[in-house]
Design a protein around this ligand. Sequence first.
Ligand code: URA
Length: 186
Amino acid sequence: MNLDVLEAQAKACTACRLAEGRTQVVFGEGNPDANLMIVGEGPGEEEDKTGRPFVGKAGQLLNRILEAAGIPREEVYITNIVKCRPPGNRAPLPDEAKICTDKWLLKQIELVAPQIIVPLGAVAAEFFLGDKVSITKVRGQWFTWHGIRVFPMFHPAYLLRNPSRAQGSPKHLTWLDIQEVKKALE
Ligand code: URA
């Protein structure tokens, strides 16, 4: 098994209701041997159109965050909890997230075998922390999931809605968080 074979299988997936509304399956992309894996929530409109994760406005902000910290996007593996766009960009429902992560994300993690996983936002953080979480409380802290270091951060879509860069703002905290990730990769 490798990521290309797994992706080909995912492209044909109809295991949950999200298959009905999608244009494309957004499997994930990046370095198959990445030390860092970033996990978002699910594809939005642009991702659904292009088949690539984090290419819309939130993705462009993610690119700027990575670039500012000196982490090349091509060196990272980027994917989502669910691979098909939820209608109207709603959050994935628990059964959709469970089906999709069992089928695809767990295998992606096994194949990429990253040292560090950064879940973006509460939906992704909950998958790794195993419980409902407040992203404000868990971001910027290290956790361990099956021997992998996990460091939740704010979702860039949240940062777009909270643009202040003041001391202690979500954007300021994210800048500190990404530098911590960069340091951990060195
Ligand atoms: N938001 C996400 O969580 N994932 C994407 O791929 C794009 C936007």
